[in-house]
Design a protein around this ligand. Sequence first.
Ligand code: FAD
Length: 469
Amino acid sequence: SPVIVWVRRDLRLTDHAAFHAAAETGRPVIPVFIRDHTVDDLGAAPRWRLGQGLEVFGKALGDMGSRLVLRAGPAREVLEALVDETGADTVLWQRAYDQVSVERDSAIKSALKDKGIEAESHTGHLLFEPWTVETKQGGFYKVYSPYWRAVADRDVPKPLSAPSSLKAPSDWPEGDALEDWQLGAAMRRGAEIVARHTDPGEQAAQSRLGVFVRDRIDDYKTGRNMVAEDGCSLMSEYLSLGEISPAQCWHAGQRSIEAGKDGAETWVKELVWREFAYHLLWHTPHITDSSWREEWAAFPWNEDERRSEVIAWKRARTGIPFVDAALREMYVTGRMHNRARMIVASYLTKHLMCHWRIGQQWFEDCLTDWDPASNALGWQWTAGSGPDATPYFRVFNPITQAEKFDPEEAYRKAWIAEGYDSPSDTALSYFDAIPESWAITPQDDYPEPVVTADEGRKAALDAYENRDF
Ligand code: FAD
């Protein structure tokens, strides 16, 4: 009888333990992707990007004589129906770590087992299972550096090879057509504009990683901070959808370390920030929804999204060029440079005194690399409410940060049109992407700051210093 591989955020064949195990059985394999509430709850850009990934992955399976069966509905019902229809006696998948998925998956595992079906989850989304990294006292880590020291010398198994073939069942179960799902429907911005900046799929991920370790990893230590430069790997959207595994990245990093490439260890440490984010997500799932340090729930952040400052921030018209450039980069490309993420998050939570959740949700709507763990940690780290957070008195100054990390103004010129005689094409593309209702044009004057860097810093420090906890 066939084996069902339940495909989720793991759109790859190489280093995929569930596909590997299914192929090893020598039995027919039925890959299925289920559009359940976890898909419908995604923000606009991640849902659109998922559609792009599914299209490429479906083709890759098709090229090897297999298929990706698409079904919609509650995952448990869909899997039980598929088991009945196909006579499959095994369902395999790769583990997820957010609370909603964990609860869903445990319930499905028991329900399938009760029916006499073998149900097994595999590792692969992470390098280190969150429950395997423990402090000497047997607890979990709340600070990155000791976490890093605890895992730095661990052996990470070499990536599994892709199955050379997947045996097809004699009859394929019916499935939906991807176009009918309209996964891009919620993109307020023109999806075709974001598509120019996206190259989905496993092969694209591999070749981007190859170019990064060949040409750029050496200079990563400094290059990673220069916002206008191509100094980072851009692996995050692939890692988010599992189009590449973290083990493939880790081993590429380790080979570069062995080859004496200067920035390689710094890069591997960044991969481990992702692990740390998942470690925290697993042990403290409330990190996605409420202040990680509970006392911070009492901090007087403004939660009113209708405030003009919040609208200006979302529309990238704060009057602070670095902040606006970064927010436009995200709107048009679906990604934002890491340093820029820290600056816009600091400006929202500190200069504008807005609740970090407003920013977290905006990122969730706009980022093609949206990741529940890294997004939540990034926001709470910047706001000061998270574990291992930046100290409250660290308020990033968006003016001096721009001077340091965008010294030639290249990033700001790439994304801001107002006030320039001949704006760049990328800057103009922002105006093609935004809704008409925003009523902003490239010919408008560039706005005065909604809150200046100095005023905002003072107000934030006053509020942070005078908090009564
Ligand atoms: P590289 O610099 O090449 O790093 C390699 C990989 O390491 C990344 O792909 C990523 O998987 C991991 N990594 C690097 N920095 C971090 C970090 N600070 N935290 C966790 N993992 C990291 N990352 C996401 O993937 N999705 C998000 O939704 C997300 N939201 C963020 C929100 C805020 C407010 C902040 C400050 C950071 C956020 N990050 C998020 C982390 C980081 O900005 C991105 O992972 C990084 O910019 C991706 O670019 P890259 O792949 O070129 O990274």
